[in-house]
Design a protein around this ligand. Sequence first.
Ligand code: G3P
Ligand code: CA
Length: 275
Amino acid sequence: MPAMASPQVVAHRGASAERAEHTLGAYQVALDQGADALECDVRVTRDGHLVCVHDRRVDRTSSGRGVVSELTLPAMSRFDFAHWHHELPESADELVFEPRASAAVGAAQRRILTFDDLLGLVRAQRRRIRLFAETKHPVRYAGLVEAKLTAALARHGVSAPAHKDESPVVMMSFSSAAVRRFRADAPGVPTVLLFDRASRAVRAGELPRWADLAGPSIRLLRRDPELAGRWAARGRDTYCWTVDDPADVELCRRAGVRFVATNRPGATRLRLSGG
Ligand code: G3P
Ligand code: CA
């Protein structure tokens, strides 16, 4: 049996165990640590900008308060998105990147990050980096986020890749309606359907035709390590989230997962390269 390719490392919200999630600082650390790809969550502001924020509100991850869709980008730009996060890894064993002194971390690295800026960062890299973008609030703003994302991809010249494997962007959602809409808006861009529970058909290997990759939680894969193999037998790769525990990284490697989303891209990279 041929050796399985090692999974690619996707930095979940950046190197978010070591830096404040979704900040430029977190993504720069992830790239320095050798991440193959970056993951981000995308929401729309009141004035129509796509920003990288996980929660509905900014309270947990910034010095400000409020709901993303009710705030303007200029208002959010005044908030510090890194003040809440410890700068150092929890223990010396986890130190895989030399942290900068707090004062040296520039203001730009702590500010609200727009999707345009993150895609710009990805496109500016000399090596090939992918961006896995997950749309949030797909029901309340049905179609708006996907349409804005497609427009952003067009602005960056990446909305119609020659081949899906060459696409620098991969679109994801837990909402099948959102994935289907994105497929209709940008048919050449690969899609991931995320899930934490799966129907019997999906567990048997059947995925909807508009989802290129299966996106199970690590919980599902722990319960049924053969899942990725069944999807692979039908020509579908697996993107698994969120894989921080060394035993889970090993499970993904053995199961033939193609992409592992992790908050610890440096440590995961080392583990997968046998370090
Ligand atoms: O990469 C998928 C994963 O991010 C989904 O969960 O809550 O972290 O967005 P969440
Ligand atoms: Ca996410």
